[in-house]
Design a binder for this molecule. Sequence first.
Ligand code: ADP
Ligand code: MN
Ligand code: MN
Ligand code: MN
Length: 335
Amino acid sequence: MKVMAEYIWMDGHQPTQKLRSKTKILNKKISSVSELPEWGFDGSSTNQAEGNFSDCLLKPVWLCKDPIRGKENILVMCEVMNADGSVHASNTRAHLRKIEEKFSKENIWFGIEQEYTFFEGRNPLGWPEGGYPAPQGPFYCGVGADEAFGREIVEDHLDLCLEAGLELSGINAEVMPGQWEYQIGPLGPLEVADQMWISRWLLYRISEDYGVSATLHPKPVKGDWNGAGAHINFSTQSMREKGGLKVIEDACEKLRKKHDEHIAVYGAHNEERLTGDHETQSISEFSYGVSDRGASIRIPMQTSNDGYGYLEDRRPSSNMDPYQACAILIETTCS
Ligand code: ADP
Ligand code: MN
Ligand code: MN
Ligand code: MN
């Protein structure tokens, strides 16, 4: 029997790492990641090595069903290692691995909202050639051929994610036409981040079939149009229990002190999005508030009413690396 295993990894592209993948043919059905062989690739073609010493190592760390190829085929998330087996500089997962272990007793949950924008050529999908659609207003959660652009791809992507076993919790059309969102979680740190990367790969991959590209740029269209974020919803065990609101407020005060460090790993070009308009707080300010979508951190109404729950960090941009963003959230609030 032949099994196709799609090995997926993050490259060394700066300022935003991109996904790469290639297919390995195996001779037996795989049921756990430990059965998968390591593999190599040419790091000089991915900004991960010099040409004269180019071999990098792919270490399989997470797998799921490949919902596109079907049958026994699989998608495999990999960490990149140096030829000697040490952690490669571009491997941001290795740090989150350590942090998750260190703070395992906190029983941390993440739910990430991934916003993205479809482009057809140089235009957002559904926009008139060289012009603009009607102003924002009717598109968020809209329905109808004049308001929702790309739904067939969105539905396809949703099916694929569920088929793969990813923990999607919802989808919606966004404020800017051609822009959409899905949410993953709540899940533990490594799980949410691995699933986020795999779901992004599936999004890019299925969009290929439609001749459309999905972009995670935080401000895909300049001007009076919403940007694209990746709000991170976050809670520890003690935030979810009676008295949790106080723990959440303490966490917000810790986050205030580390604002710049967080912004540094919340995605490139985020200053174009965090302007203080379009449901954002300015990148140079930190604030938190109940039900406040103009704050850096929103405490959901339900959490305030119950006295426990979770917080929503609204600062991360759509192109953030969930390994780095989840790690710093844990380090800042749990230390
Ligand atoms: P918004 O109102 O900001 O658009 P969404 O419904 O899009 O919110 O996303 C909320 C996310 O928060 C979901 O992925 C959900 O699973 C997650 N979530 C819910 N409760 C918790 C919790 N206690 N801890 C962490 N994440 C949570
Ligand atoms: Mn949302
Ligand atoms: Mn949204
Ligand atoms: Mn949100």
